[in-house]
Design a protein around this ligand. Sequence first.
Ligand code: SF4
Ligand code: SF4
Length: 93
Amino acid sequence: METQGPSRRALFRGQLLSRPVAIIGDGCFAEAGIVCRSCGDCCPESAIRFRPRIGLPPQAIVNEAACTGCGECVGACPGEAITLGAARRADAS
Ligand code: SF4
Ligand code: SF4
């Protein structure tokens, strides 16, 4: 009896979901009131934008669809706040 494995679509989707992307944690300097844009400055894909906030420095946000998981920002972050992990958005393709 022939068994069926996952569909090509499911495999493709699984690959996308497992692709690592940059994740910014609580150690980001901006959360301590310190202005920093090192991650955005070094990202070759311009995948990090900074959302203005009232009363705090702009918040770094990763565009998971644009992030390639290259890791440049991980080493550039002075707060060691960035890790690589699975994309949180299913449409981060
Ligand atoms: S480089 Fe690190 S500390 Fe600086 S904005 Fe990016 S995540 Fe925050
Ligand atoms: S892992 Fe690479 S592509 Fe993704 S945000 Fe960091 S520097 Fe940009």
